[in-house]
Design a protein. Structure first.
Lengths: 479, 367
């Protein structure tokens, strides 16, 4: 069986004075040993001594299933493949000599990481729980956030070899049925050996693989998933990863942090405004610098123009080369910082930020203004809450820099228009990526840059076309 | 996801409201104040804008009324029903010619302005080509996407216009507005003619109303969109006269951009606001050209059963070479005035033809 791996335990026993022989099979380390001992083996031994068991083998297996074994989930099956999959998943299988069927008992228990604070999405205020690698735990975490009888988990298995469990999570009656149908359809087309991370799922089912923009959200936070599900979205939980996919998403979703809602609305609104400014700087700052320095010096106020020109004196490179050099250095620092252990990572920051910046200015390689621009750009791109959106802004930033080098401000606008063309044509599981800007949904603008007070947000976002539009925060729990 | 409501190629009447100002506000508005100031005394040009505006609002309302009485039918279908198939085909081709002309004119003018206000060394051809390619990219996408682009850019355009208006108040000289209503009759007539010509572009309604899901409300929406446009034209004219006075304004080529040059933005961030203004205005011009190009492709496709992308690739080189043809600014202007006259004649003829035919057939039905 299964090529007799080292972790497969088969326990052979006999019942009722050798009348029936049976065997228990389970994978060591995947099952709760305590449960196997007390709930199965012990019961079988004690009861077989006391009680006359039916002689008929068919009746015997039902008797064992219904009256003897004390495990919460027991199933009878004759399918060898089902048994194997369950066995590999941590179930214990009971075979009885002379019976074509076997009992599959759910005894899964294995070592998991305990629930910790999500590291990639730190919040000052808000729940400290983060998803873990175990799908079961993650489902519990979502269920604990939404105690709704309509919360559904539709299970899929992905991976030709790995057969990983995947749960499509949504609230029946809120989500638009077409979105759900489409997601399920796409998930069924997945054909690969293994899905080690939800990123594989995302890349398989996303709408356009040519787009620089993330067409799905990923998060480690159960509260974020719960909020998304209640807005009519669908979450995809994959076994083995703490990152949960949320679809459909829009560009505006990537600018939102749960904290916007946890703090009072004024603070939330200010944070949103700040973030849109940050996104603007993160995308445009270096290219504007290039355009202004190399094409439109006349647009800089005279005094500033003089001082910039003075600091650039002695810098041998054109603004574009300067900006690209600093941009690439910044990306290198970030990458190095991310790969190194935390303790050394900080050293990289100091070396990069202080030493390289300072030294390259005094060596006359770059101008101090360029260092300021690069630093502000980096800080701005860190303040975008979604990591994947921040990456796409970084890519686009280089595009803008090239455009600015060729055609100045005109080039920047042309590329900006092109990106807009791309965004309006992009969809995330059928929902326009540019919603609620275009197509415009005026109601949804209440929660866009302006985040209105919570009691005023009485409806779910219109662009999600939810079946039940009222968010119901006026009824409370009286339903 | 075919049955998901976003995905189809239909639009709502709200989008008709947006598309009219998006298409009409572009290049014409930049130069119209100068032309009007030449025909009228002091600030009297507003009468011309208002009169021609009301006229055009009526025309727009009538066009959408006619088009909306054939819900979800393309121009060629309902025009054939009204004035026979050959006439409808000829009209469609004439309209697509107008679209090609508008695109040509836009490419040329935007290159000239960019050369004037942004760079002096980059060749006009490169600027024009970059712009044309962007438009081609947009038009090859979905048609719903184009309407969404209008929706994305219109707020930005309105905002920059608003900024210029607010900042220009400080430069107003009240004397520029007097004397009031001293223009003679022929001046008004000339002014009305000039401003009517600058509104050309609303002919897209003949074609796009076919896409509206429920066209009952479109006449109202179209008239409202036209009203918005007229209002913005009025504002630009008044601030041009207020800042420069009649005589200076009439001697400028693009008074609106010149205002942006004059205004001082508090904070001292920008030395030359005109460059910023023009850079943002590129989006407005982009919208104009997108709609003109798309409506051309749309109308040609109804006559010749060719793939959309093929039409785009046939049209764009033609547009590019035509646009680089005129040698001087004077020739470009002559070409522009030809386009306007041709367009207005075509639209009015078609409108009268269709309305009369609808009346006759309508009477027939009842009898």
């Amino acid at each position: 069986m299964l090529g007799e791996p080292g972790d497969l335990d088969i326990r052979e026993l006999s019942l009722d004075e050798e009348k029936h022989n049976y065997a228990l099979a389970y994978l060591d380390g995947m099952v709760d040993k305590d449960l196997v001992n007390k709930g199965i083996i012990k019961n079988l031994q004690i009861i077989s001594e006391k009680k006359d068991l039916p002689a008929d083998k068919k009746e015997l297996i039902d008797e064992i299933k219904n009256n003897i074994i004390s495990v919460s989930s027991v199933e009878k099956t004759a399918e060898w493949d089902d048994m194997t999959i369950d066995l590999l998943g941590g179930s214990t299988v009971l075979f009885i000599d002379g019976v074509a069927e076997a009992l599959v008992m759910n005894t899964v228990e294995f070592e998991t990481r305990s629930i910790e604070e999500p590291e990639s999405e730190a919040l000052i205020r808000g729940s400290r729980e983060g998803f873990v690698e175990s799908l079961q735990t993650n489902m519990v975490l979502v269920r604990r956030q939404i105690n709704d009888p309509n919360l559904r988990f539709k299970m899929h298995r992905v991976g030709r070899r790995s057969k990983k469990n995947l749960a499509v999570t949504y609230v029946e009656g809120i989500v638009h049925p077409d979105i759900l149908k489409e997601i399920n359809r796409r998930l069924e087309t997945i054909d690969m050996d293994d899905a080690p991370e939800s990123g594989f799922i995302e890349q398989w089912i996303e709408d356009s693989f040519l787009s620089p923009f993330p067409q799905m959200d990923n998060t480690e936070r159960p509260d974020k998933v719960a909020a998304a599900i209640l807005q009519g979205k669908v979450a995809i939980l994959l076994d083995g990863t703490p990152y949960v996919l949320v679809a459909p998403t829009t560009l505006e979703n990537h600018m939102v942090s749960p904290e916007d809602y946890y703090e009072r609305w004024l603070i939330g609104t200010l944070l949103r405004v700040l973030r849109y400014i940050a996104a603007f700087i993160a995308m445009f700052a270096p290219s504007l610098y290039i355009a202004l320095i190399s094409y439109h010096q006349g647009m800089i106020p005279s005094e500033l123009a003089f001082s910039v020109a003075a600091t650039r004196e002695g810098v041998p490179f054109p603004a574009f080369v300067e900006a690209i050099a600093m941009g690439v250095t910044m990306e290198l620092l970030r990458e190095a910082g991310a790969r190194l252990p935390k303790a050394i990572g900080q050293t990289i920051g100091i070396v990069g930020g202080l030493v390289i910046g300072e030294a390259s200015v005094s060596a006359g390689i770059v101008s101090p203004v360029m260092v300021v621009v690069t630093a502000v750009t980096a800080i701005s791109s860190f303040s975008i809450p979604s990591y994947s959106a921040a990456i796409s802004f970084r890519i686009l930033r280089f595009g803008f820099m090239f455009a600015a080098a060729f055609l100045g401000l005109y080039g920047i606008v042309i590329v900006y228009i092109m990106i807009n063309i791309h965004i309006v044509n992009l969809k995330s599981v059928g929902v326009p990526y540019a919603a609620p800007f275009a197509p415009g949904f005026l109601y949804d603008w209440k929660d866009l840059v302006l985040r209105v007070p919570v009691p005023m947000m009485t409806k779910r976002p219109e662009h999600m076309q939810t079946k039940d539009s009222r968010a119901g925060n006026k009824g409370g729990s009286s339903t | 996801m075919k049955h998901f409501e976003y995905a189809d190629e239909k639009i709502s009447e709200k989008e008709i409201l947006i598309v009219i100002p998006s298409t009409l506000i572009g290049i014409g508005i930049l130069s119209l104040p100068a032309e009007l100031a030449g025909y009228t005394t002091a600030a009297d040009g507003w009468v011309a804008i208002a009169v021609s505006g009301i006229l055009i609002i009526f025309v727009v309302w009538l066009i959408s009324k006619v088009a909306a009485s054939f819900p979800n039918q393309e121009f060629i279908t309902y025009a054939s029903a009204l004035v026979t198939k050959p006439v409808a085909t000829v009209l469609t081709i004439l309209f697509s010619l107008e679209g090609v002309f508008i695109c040509t004119y836009v490419v040329r003018v935007i290159s000239d302005i960019a050369e004037e206000y942004l760079f002096d060394r980059t060749p006009v051809e490169v600027i024009g080509l970059a712009f044309l390619l962007t438009v081609v990219y947009a038009v090859s996408g979905s048609r719903a996407g184009l309407f969404r682009l209008n929706m994305m850019f219109l707020p930005i355009i309105s905002f920059i216009m608003f900024l210029v208006t607010v900042f220009s108040f400080g430069l107003f000289e009240m004397d520029n507005f007097f004397p009031v209503l001293k223009t003679d009759m022929s001046g008004y007539v000339q002014g009305i003619r000039a401003s009517t010509l600058s509104y050309i572009g609303f002919y897209i309604l003949f074609f796009y109303i076919a896409l509206v899901r429920k066209p009952e409300k479109t006449p109202k929406m179209a008239a409202l969109g036209m009203g918005m446009t007229v209002l913005i034209y009025l504002i630009t004219f008044i601030i041009s006269i207020g800042v420069f006075g009649n005589i200076t304004a009439s001697n400028l080529i693009f008074p609106v951009i010149e205002i942006a040059k004059e205004v001082e933005v508090p904070g001292g961030f920008f030395e030359r606001f005109d460059s910023i203004f023009f850079v943002i205005w590129i989006m407005a011009i982009f919208n104009t050209m997108c709609m003109a190009f798309d409506v051309t492709v749309f109308s040609l496709k109804s006559v010749f059963p060719v793939k959309k992308i093929k039409l785009i690739f046939i049209l764009s080189p033609i547009i590019f070479f035509l646009s680089m043809f005129p040698a001087s600014y004077y020739e470009v202007e002559k070409f522009g005035s030809f386009i306007s006259h041709y367009g207005v004649t075509l639209v009015l003829t078609t409108m009268i033809l269709l309305t009369v035919a609808l009346k006759i057939k309508g009477v027939k039905k009842r009898g």
